[in-house]
Design a protein around this ligand. Sequence first.
Ligand SMILES: [Zn+2]
Length: 114
Amino acid sequence: MHELSIAMGIVNIADAACKKANKSSVSKICLEIGRLSGVEIDALNFVWPAAVERSVLSNAEKEIEIIEGEALCLECSDTFQITNHYDACPSCGSYFKDIQKGGELKVKYIEAIN
Ligand SMILES: [Zn+2]
């Protein structure tokens, strides 16, 4: 499953961060996930317990911040909200756009305990 590999990737990031900071366990992890990232939050939550088992994240509280999609129209320079990659500009109908926000999939911060 796509989300399982994402969760395992997050575990690896947290593990590397802990090693670097000389910590053994994470108390809280905050993730930023964009609406256009293709990540299903429900699926990620579903695989999470299995993915973090016996890792530095096994007791970590998980917080997810959803980033709404935003695009810049390349024809009329309007900035607009989008929910899908194929949405057209509401002002001029153009499909030529730059995604400004919403593609995020990243660890925002990690709080560690010893
Ligand atoms: Zn436009």
